[in-house]
Design a protein. Structure first.
Length: 294
């Protein structure tokens, strides 16, 4: 049985840990509110921009030749992985890394054997994990969330588009967590490049509309396609940021509950040990008194 001092030290340690997890939960809750507001405001804009791109593409009479729409045989693959910069958020990063490895195994196993699958990471945890696994990390944006803005994410999107345009990669996939609620994050593995035209079967159901373009169709799509890709990546980062704070809030809440349960057990052990020590002392005093009488 542990001594009273050892149990007392453990109680102090667990109590300090519980205070830290409570504080981290409160900080995550405050950050979650801001992150949730940002993603709620961004979703309608991103969806409308994507609809506009599809509408203009469907209504155009001629096909605009964009290097971002060029479909090539898939030899070299870039996977954009959005993780967090810090841990203590449960299985948030682990699930993203597992989903990425599963995507490579199921879809790009042949390219992976040739060493032609590269990782582009947004978030320090993803960069560290894939570097340890021997993957070539093409680009990494760390400390993104400390200065999260469209300008910062736009630089990453431009670098990805540049790699596809100059033929460094033949396909780009995007893996991220979509925020649903505090306890639930939905993992997405979405094709990012090339831009695939809308399914003809679904577009055939839409009524035929004649569009007049001002400025020209080419100018509109040339401007709209890169902007849509930047917004798509920015939305993924905002979704991941909100998901991270939700996962951290949940993890810290569970840690606080576990610390409370552990404190109850330690206090019970402490009381039992203290009672045993007092009983032993009483027995020694009684034994000593009896010896003096004799």
């Amino acid at each position: 049985m542990a001594s009273l001092k050892e149990v007392r030290n453990r109680i102090v340690s667990v109590n300090s840990t519980q205070q830290i997890t409570k504080a981290m939960k409160m900080v995550a809750a405050a950050k979650l509110r801001r992150a949730q507001d940002n993603i709620i405001q961004m979703r309608p804009y991103a969806q409308k921009l994507n609809e506009m791109l599809l509408t203009v593409s469907a209504g155009s009479e001629s096909s605009v030749d964009s290097p971002l729409k060029a479909v090539r045989p898939v030899e070299r693959v870039l996977i954009v992985v959005v993780t967090s910069d810090r841990g203590l958020c449960g299985a948030f990063n682990t699930n993203i890394i597992k989903a990425t490895l599963q995507l490579i195994e199921n879809k790009y196993a042949a390219q992976a054997k040739k060493g032609q699958v590269e990782i582009f990471t947004i978030g320090k945890k993803g960069a560290e994990s894939f570097a340890r696994r021997g993957f070539k990390v093409h680009g990494q944006f760390t400390d993104t969330y400390s200065r999260l803005s469209f300008v910062t994410v736009k630089e990453a999107a431009e670098e990805i588009m540049k790699g596809y345009t100059n033929g460094t990669f033949d396909a780009v996939e995007l893996v991220f967590n979509e925020f649903k609620n505090v306890a639930t994050q939905i993992i997405h593995t979405d094709p990012y490049l090339p831009i695939v035209a809308e399914d003809t079967a679904s577009s055939a159901k839409k009524p035929e509309v004649n569009y007049s373009f001002e400025p020209t169709e080419e100018e509109i799509l040339t401007e709209l396609i890169p902007k849509s890709l930047k917004i798509q990546l920015y939305r993924a980062v905002l979704e991941s940021n909100a998901s991270e704070q939700g996962a951290r809030m949940t993890a810290m809440d569970k840690a606080t509950e576990n610390a409370q349960e552990l404190l109850k057990e330690l206090k019970l052990i402490y009381n039992r040990t203290r009672q045993a020590a007092i009983t032993t002392e009483i027995l020694e005093i009684v034994g000593g008194a009896e010896a003096l009488k004799n």
